[in-house]
Write a new protein. Sequence first.
Length: 353
Amino acid sequence: MGHGSGWYRSLARPLLFALPPEASHRLVSRLLALPLPWERLGGVRHDPALEVDLAGLALANPIGLAAGFDKTGRHLDALGRLGFGYVVAGTFTRRPRRGNPKPRIVRYRDRGSLANAMGLPNPGAEAAAITLERVRRTVPRLASIADQDLSDVLETHAILEPHVDAIELNASCPNVSWGRDRDNEAHLAGLLRELGARRTKPLFVKLPPFRSQVEREVVLAFARIALEGEADALTCSNSLPVAESRLAARSGGLSGRELLEGTVGNVAAVREATEGVLPINACGGVAGVAGALACIEAGATTLQLYTGLVYGGPGIVGELANGLSAAARSRHGGLPGMMGAGPAPGEGGLLAG
Ligand SMILES: Cc1cc2nc3c(=O)[nH]c(=O)nc-3n(C[C@H](O)[C@H](O)[C@H](O)COP(=O)(O)O)c2cc1C
């Protein structure tokens, strides 16, 4: 682990982890509202070799903040200054939501993981638009959106798209009951058809993870529908459904280190199913340079993280970006997909070199 986060792991994290998870998240949110030297705490050194084009968005580096960390959009300025290449706010719904009853986050400290059953608490699309209007843009930003009814998704999209650089459609939250009784493939296809006629900016689709063969077929079918529906990128993946009796909901989504291996496999399979046409944002368990490189080698254009930030602190952004820089320098031709790079993913390069 890098030195940049030593103070976090030895000092700040024990204090934060002495609090219940949501209380420590509130504390962190309050800190993010202060004028602290976020650039220094993130510790990212700019490197042109890491610049990457994500569906037309010019990113300074491929490290993104995953949806769910900033559920209001209020802290995108500070989070961008940490050095993320892009940040995702939300998930936002048309109307405000309280989310599920508490407790709804559990830590697995020894496993670098979490289970959550938040259930998409958020201020709703109109309040989010007001916040986004006010918050300074430091890096490219996305809004994650979701809803039960198609008309609500379309309205939320229309309300939020003017305030962001792209929209990520969350088609994969394990903590809402939507979709259990409908044809989700037809629903996604319909949504993309309707959004296709209206949207003016890139649209990403966030897929669920898969473990079993049956789940694999479902997720790959989703990926193909996203491709046919002209999505601009895919995010693989959301958290993994698990049973957890300490959550009030008794089940939730697993996130963190334990997902990494599955994420690498999911990225490779989705890439193959979509014939490498769409950029993929790897998400799930990225918390170190080796994992980030494995995702890139599997075909990811960018990496998103949430739980890695909880366990690694702000310095993880620099740890990842600077580690990728070092890897790009040491490999002839840079990293696949990045500006300094030669070969595209799958054509050798990084790990092959
Ligand atoms: C507390 C919590 C809340 C989350 N909320 C959302 C959300 O609102 N929308 C979404 O698409 N993903 C949400 N996620 C999932 C993350 O964006 C990410 O897909 C998942 O945690 C795997 O990445 P990680 O291992 O880096 O955390 C949430 C995750 C956590 C831990």
